[in-house]
Write a protein that binds this ligand. Sequence first.
Ligand code: GAR
Length: 208
Amino acid sequence: MTDLKKFRLGVLGSGKGSNFVAISDAIAAGKIPAEVGIVLSDVEGAGILEHARARKLPVQFIPPGKFRTKLDEESERAFVAALSAARVDLIVLAGFMRVLKGDFLRAFEGCIVNVHPSLLPSFPGLEAWKQALDHGVKFTGCTVHFVDAGVDSGAIIGQQTVPVLDDDTADSLHQRIHAAEHELYPKCVAAIARRDIFVAGRKVGWKK
Ligand code: GAR
């Protein structure tokens, strides 16, 4: 019998969830051959959980524990357990603001992607759009990449440029980068779900 198992996504976010909405809308429009298995957040009132509930998707808030920038061991175990129970094929970080470490990365090696609001390797870390504006670059953008043990350092899947305008403020630039993310992220997730890309070390390419 044909295997009808759908490619399943586990989505993690800490914020308003606009990238999750873009991905979820792309699934509904038939542009990504996948389904969302679970949506998890480290922030109880996060908008991403509301958006997922409105779409009748399974959601869970998991307290992050005692650290500010990463999950503590108990929390990490709970995230891994929830994602394993949901049988996800790909973990999609959509504004998840904690660095993932050892056991989590080992459990899902090569199966975690993230979107970052700059053209990496420029401006990793927080408020990347502000870093770009302060630096005076003429173009910035967004990057979708695999997650490795570093900060915003994994192999790059796709990038989209955004020009920096003379009268840009941090807010106006951030808004345009966000809009670019909403185009780029669903395309990259679709490419992975369709098995259209290959990974060779740091190089991610399109299969011919
Ligand atoms: C996005 O701009 C994403 O690039 C950023 O958080 C925002 C989440 O927005 N992620 C990072 O900076 C991760 N290093 P959203 O909750 O509306 O999708």
